[in-house]
Design a protein around this ligand. Sequence first.
Ligand SMILES: *Cc1c(COP(=O)(O)O)cnc(C)c1O
Length: 463
Amino acid sequence: MATKQIPYKIYLSEEEMPKAWYNVKAHMKTQHPPFVNPATQKPCTASDLSPVFCDECIEQELNEKDERIAIPQGILDFYRMFRPSPLVRAYYLEQLLDTPAEIYYKFEGNNTSGSHKLNSAAAQAYYAKKQGLRSITTETGAGQWGTALAMASSFYGLHLDVYMVKVSAEQKPYRKEVIRTYGANVIPSPSDTTEAGRKILREFPGTGGSLGCAISEAVEKAVTSDSCRYVLGSVLDHVLLHQSVIGLECRTALEKYGVVPDTIIGCVGGGSNFGGLIAPYMGDRLDGKNDIEFIGVEPASCPSLTRGKFVYDFCDSAKITPLAKMYTLGCGFMPSANHAGGLRYHGMSPIVSQLYHDGYIRAVSVEQTKVFEAAVMFAKCEGILPAPESAHAIRAAVDEALKCKAENRKKVILFGLTGTGYFDLAAYKQYNDGTMTDTVPTDADLEKGFATIPDCPVNKGLL
Ligand SMILES: *Cc1c(COP(=O)(O)O)cnc(C)c1O
């Protein structure tokens, strides 16, 4: 129990900032199954991955041993610009809900890119530069990742090509301009600049694109260009590792006041922000040192954890990436046009998937209009206009706090507020106009996605 009065914002000094990331895999008794090379059906080796990813990131990706992985000074120099991020005691939200619960949120939207993604963008751009590469490529869905990577590429002096999901590029022209302002090149996807893009355009003429499809284009560009690698904004273990700064900062800040969360909540797209937020607490949980409840929140329109299958699948829709064992809706699943662009991904981080499979994580899915109801409530009482993705976590936190009220039970809730909603005003307009709808895929819709899961030896237990 807290002994001191807890301030509205809990600050950390530069000295208190984490100097190493936290690798939760060092505490997992069951590691997630390895990535598999689709051509050989054998586990991916570092040399399978090296045409696509930077060497240092591959090393981190495959590291299951070291709990602490030092953050290089060159990355700390950049983190200093936007970290620590605020940790806030949501006194006004508690008051509004009239709940006995204590609610805290960690706000990652206080940088120009507007989300947590800059934590990994900084690291990946730094390592690309250190390796002597000239350029990097990536995809962006809602635009946050592309913006984050544009900022990081500019800071470290790298050329960047961003394949931006076409519907987002059209809906968010200002997002695109921020990316260009930082010097990166934006290509709406699917495009005719890659084999993968041309194929998707033939199969789905007029499609607004998807994250999976943009990933395929960026990977193809990386492996067919000199001195270029691909960087991914979520899903992979090294991205979760970089995002562990979120959880580490929370733990240091809360420990100053003797606060330990009972429940930690995060939205899950590819799973990196949630994985990073919970990392140090999950490590302790796996060692039997706490009994924290971890809740991942996903959109009902793209329910990979709550309705997906735990199988090997491609990470992209053109089936050119390695196979990952994860909860997936099928790499060919096309989610409906939901506003939570950053959560529209068919798969899920293998780490989060394994922890969910082993019963350490609970998952809930929420519908879009309920999410915006919570977003507006939060904007009014806490003063921050949340990103639609982040509002999924708000919704779940509010529901938990209301449950505490109904049961007259005290509880400490921590949730990740991943970003700002400044670039999502078209979504807010729809909500304010009363024209927002909820689309939940039917079982038949999901079956169509499941049919695109590869019918390969590893999925028949023949690895
Ligand atoms: C990308 C994004 C997400 C999804 O994050 P994951 O780490 O992939 O789960 C959530 N919120 C915001 C604001 C984002 O930009």
